[in-house]
Design a protein around this ligand. Structure first.
Ligand code: FAD
Length: 307
């Protein structure tokens, strides 16, 4: 069996595997797609000490770094169930295989909920983006839209209003759902327009980049077009934890509840990165979380295997 079995090969999983292997204990990592979300990114400029990199390049670097150690890498493997018997965990894979481990670190990440409208996929990373912290500065001096009037949408709009020329916030319902204090702040900003009862119908582009978006006014049925360069979609981040429902404590959003050590509700199971309740979903934070979970798993192992 593995002493540490990491499920998920994004920044959190890679960090967890490296920290475990450096303790000289038997380490495995199973991932549906090694590299994780960073593979879907163009430019990354906030991984501290790396002023600029690209997603696929960082994905390869994560894997290269893990391969410097004696880690059993199982790529293209999807975990579907976690069970426990005695002091041993079993992780069942879609392939039918079952992996055994004394501790498990879950780092299965998350995915952004998309609008599912024409043009959205085509212009992804060409004006359509899901991360204001990552891509806000790319739209300096330009006009953008934020889709979604919950806390994350309104926070994004406030954030972007300080960076870009103008922000249009579109909300499907007839009122914003964000906290009142955030709404007040947003309404005080001179370069923000709020449109409620707006159903986005299409992302417009010129074949290379986003040029605007179309929406329907749900009260009148009237169609409108907004010319702009960027669209920040903020309608939810879905953790990849469906397979753990009923096994681990998840919060109402499906995030794995962890403490400051990355410990979950099951002793011996740790979690890190975007699939957890950690605030702010970012690469540096996921890497730090992976290191924390791995060190905590090691602390757990030296206690349970004490003579
Ligand atoms: P992920 O990167 O999501 O990795 C999850 C891993 O788990 C993957 O290997 C996946 O295949 C695997 N997996 C999922 N389910 C299973 C399963 N059941 N069994 C086995 N494996 C599974 N952050 C920044 O800091 N800066 C940026 O510029 C930036 N830009 C971004 C741009 C885009 C388009 C996107 C989508 C995200 C961006 N982010 C950025 C966010 C950043 O990518 C994430 O915060 C980070 O990747 C989270 O790392 P993670 O390891 O927790 O999860």
């Amino acid at each position: 069996p593995f002493e540490v079995l990491v499920i998920g090969g994004g920044p959190a999983g890679a960090a967890a595997a490296i920290y475990a292997a450096r303790k000289g204990i038997r380490t495995g990592i199973a991932a549906e797609r090694f590299g994780g979300q960073v593979l879907d990114t163009n430019s990354i400029e906030n991984l501290i000490s790396v002023p600029h990199t690209e997603g696929p390049k960082l994905g390869t670097a994560l894997e290269t770094h893990v391969r410097e150690y004696d880690v059993d890498i199982m790529n293209l493997q999807t975990a579907k169930a976690l069970t426990q018997e005695g002091g041993m965990f079993s992780v069942a894979l879609e392939s039918g295989a079952v992996l055994k481990a004394r501790t498990v670190i879950v780092s299965t990440g998350a995915r952004w909920r998309s609008m599912n409208v024409p043009g959205e996929q085509e212009y992804r990373n060409k004006g359509v983006t899901y991360c204001p912290h990552c891509d806000g500065p790319l739209f300096k001096g330009k006009r953008v839209a934020v889709i979604g009037g919950g806390n994350s949408g309104v926070e994004a709009a406030i954030d972007l209003a300080g960076v870009v020329d103008h922000v249009t916030l579109l909300e499907f319902a007839d009122t914003l759902r964000a906290d009142e204090v955030l709404q007040r702040k947003l309404r005080s900003m001179p370069n923000v327009e709020i449109v409620t009862s707006a159903r986005t119908t299409e992302v417009k582009g010129d074949g290379v980049r986003v040029t605007g978006l179309a929406y329907e006014d749900r009260t009148t049925g009237e169609m409108n077009e907004v010319p702009l360069s960027g669209i920040f979609v903020q309608i939810g981040l879905l953790p990849n934890t469906e397979w753990l429902k009923g096994t681990l404590d998840l919060n109402p959003r499906g995030e794995i509840v962890i403490d400051a050590h990355g410990a979950t509700s099951i002793p011996g199971v740790f979690a890190a990165g975007d699939c957890t309740t950690v605030p702010y979903k970012q690469i540096v934070i996921a890497i730090g979380g992976g290191a924390t979970a791995s060190l905590a798993a090691f602390d757990h192992l030296i206690r349970v295997t004490a003579p």
